[in-house]
Design a protein around this ligand. Structure first.
Ligand SMILES: Cc1ncc(C[n+]2csc(CCOP(=O)(O)OP(=O)(O)O)c2C)c(N)n1
Length: 622
């Protein structure tokens, strides 16, 4: 029987000694390794925080004390220790547990997460509520150095340092975001962790303090003063202390002894504390320790790795961009910590001076690109649709109001699958088409993505292109790139009675349904590729209205305020029925992308049902 077999909740850990806790860490690593290799999911980040998680649950009394994990992708050990060990094999699968944190999943998940840099703000909310309630509960935010590149973390620290509220921020510094952590803060942290003189003196202070069971106020005061003075003279500035937080560290985040000692001491302190720990991603599993960027996430043993054509949209995007970078000297690419996922590595490799990773800072990415555009450059902002949501005001205020030609390339637009509701990119259409002064487009395949990119680069207008986490259907590296007429739609099939106007990924579904519709209902429907969601092709739409009885719109995006609703709005003055297929007004859980598309009815079966109902209804009317 392993130690983990005996642990169902954190209270079962309290009587374990250090050696047993070490074995527990190994057990957790083995469970993560076996499960994620089989089913897919985040890998090196959760492995890097096993000791931290064990120490936190060992010292704090969860769920009364609150642990607020940033992003939540690293919280698998937390899930395993908090009554979800047996469900762990279902992680990220339909009806299984989530890969992120969720209040409704467990009382131990104090706050939901998936997007970055929220933990300090949320924790401060918990801490203020605690003070109001006059309770003693401890509040701990756990944030990575990557997430610390997000502006919201500093908004939280600014507020926390001012109020001096007692809570703890654990800064888990592994020098990595998904790829390398970027920016001045990352350099600052590296300076602290690598400053030999400071760390030698600090270790001595630490050792002396360890001999004293509980810090007396006087010793604490002296240590604080001397450490501050030492830090002030030996490190490039006490950033966190100056902002009002007590800085402790850096300590080895894989040493259970040091972590437990630190947390026990911090519990006695009355001020906001930042505990800086350094860890190695992928710890305890050597392959991932040695290449933690590659092992950031695994796709699982069942997934078929297909390097044949057609590539996925991200790769098509990277290849097209590489091609256009040769043509447009002014082209700049800005991303927010998503180089590999967006295919930008294909571009960045050869365009180091034109590629800017701003860290997890989507708002800054947009305004920074607006500045580049105002200065005459051609910037592309390349983000996942869901993270782009953060920059709504920057799009409105800094780009569109000023008519600046920034090109937004939104990867993962639509249902993303196992990452679930925090990551589905389903609101970008309604967000973008309701803002004046921008072209919004979605390619039906890889070649069209290539054409749309060229169109955007030539347009000199604010432009948004969205594409899903999917295979690109059809892509040839030899595609003869074409500039498309902005707003133009394309007939895939000219039929009668029913016109299916589909956008992006849904064009393939509509096209694949033509034969079945024909054999079931004995007529060929019209299928149109609405590659421009805004502006749309009014001539084409007028022709469709004149020649059909029913229009069906299809989009992989929220129905409310989306493409279908703008077609419906246009058609309301005509005598034509419009039905819209898209994502309903709810948050869609996790599963494979296909399972979720089936769940929301974005497939041939639902299209046939809809047509069937329409025909039955109209027969009834006659
Ligand atoms: C707003 C937002 N942008 C981008 C992401 C994608 N993302 C998930 S984890 C991550 C890196 C986080 O790095 P860090 O906080 O250092 O955690 P580590 O994985 O290194 O432990 C990024 C960029 C996100 N979750 N949220």
């Amino acid at each position: 029987m392993s130690i983990l077999d005996r642990i169902n909740s954190p209270s079962d850990m309290k009587s374990l000694n250090i050696d047993e806790l070490e074995i527990l860490c190994d057990d957790i690593a083995s469970l993560i390794d076996a499960t994620i290799k089989k089913h897919g999911g985040h890998y090196s980040s959760p492995l890097g925080v096993i000791e931290l998680t064990v120490a936190l649950h060992y010292v704090y009394d969860t769920p009364d004390d609150k642990l607020i994990w940033d992003v939540g992708h690293q919280a698998y050990p937390h899930k395993i220790l908090t009554k979800r060990k047996n469900q762990f094999k279902s992680i990220r699968q339909k009806d299984g547990i989530s890969g992120f944190l969720k209040i409704e999943e467990s009382e131990y998940d104090a706050f939901g997460a998936g997007h970055s840099s929220t933990s300090i703000s949320a924790a401060l909310g918990f801490a203020h509520a605690r003070d109001q309630d006059k309770s003693n509960r401890q509040v701990v935010a756990i944030i990575g150095d990557g997430a610390m590149t997000g502006g919201m973390a500093y908004e939280g620290i600014n507020n926390l340092g001012f109020h001096k509220t007692q809570m703890t921020v654990v800064l888990n510094d592994n020098s990595l975001s998904i790829s390398k952590s970027v920016g001045a803060l990352s350099k600052y942290l590296t300076l602290i962790t690598t400053n030999k003189t400071y760390n030698k003196i600090r270790r001595k202070i630490w050792r002396i303090s360890g001999k004293i069971p509980v810090f007396s106020n006087l010793i604490r005061f002296i240590l604080k003063k001397s450490e501050k003075a030492i830090k002030g003279s030996l490190t490039p500035g006490s950033l966190f202390e100056d902002l009002g937080l007590r800085y402790i560290g850096p300590i080895d985040g894989h040493s259970l002894k040091d972590l437990i000692r630190a947390f026990k001491s911090i519990k006695e302190m009355n001020s906001p504390v930042l505990l800086h720990i350094y860890t190695k991603k992928g710890k305890r599993i050597s392959v991932s320790e040695n290449d933690s960027i590659k092992y950031y996430s695994l796709s699982g043993s069942k997934s078929i790795k297909n390097n044949d054509l057609p590539f996925d949209y991200s790769k098509v995007f990277g290849l097209s961009l590489k091609k256009y970078s040769k043509k447009y000297d002014d082209l700049f690419c800005v991303t927010a910590a998503m180089e590999i996922g967006t295919g930008l590595n294909i571009f960045s490799e050869h365009n180091k001076d034109k590629y800017i990773d701003v860290g997890i800072a989507e708002e800054h990415a947009v305004t920074y690109a607006a500045g580049l555009a105002a200065a005459g450059k051609k910037p592309l902002v390349v983000l996942y649709s869901t993270f782009f949501q953060r920059a709504f005001d920057q799009v409105f205020h800094d780009v569109l109001l000023q008519k600046l030609p920034v090109i937004f390339c939104l990867d993962r637009a639509g249902l993303v699958g196992p990452d679930g509701p925090t990551h589905h990119g389903v609101f970008d259409i309604s967000m973008m088409i309701n803002l004046p002064g921008i072209v919004v487009a979605a390619p039906k395949d890889g070649n069209e993505l290539d054409n749309l990119l060229l169109t955007a680069l030539e347009s000199n207008m604010p432009f948004c292109i969205r594409y899903p986490k999917a295979n690109s259907v059809n892509y040839h590296q030899t595609n003869i790139s074409k500039i498309l007429e902005i707003g133009s739609w394309e007939y895939i099939n000219k039929g009668k009675k029913i016109a299916i106007i589909a956008t992006g990924s849904m064009v393939e579904v509509a096209t694949d349904s033509i034969d079945l519709i024909n054999s079931t209902f004995e007529f060929m429907p019209t299928v149109i590729n609405a590659r421009f969601i805004k502006p749309f092709d009014k001539d084409c739409l007028d022709e469709v209205i004149n020649n059909h009885d029913l229009i069906i719109t299809m989009e992989e995006g929220a129905l409310k305020g989306g493409f279908g609703s703008s077609v419906l709005n246009y058609c309301k003055r005509y005598n034509i029925k419009v039905e819209s297929m898209g994502i309903p007004d709810s948050y869609i859980e996790h599963g494979t992308r296909q399972e979720l598309l089936d769940l929301v009815g974005l497939n041939t079966k639902s299209l046939i049902n809809l047509i069937n109902n329409y025909i039955n209804d109209s027969l009834g009317d006659n």
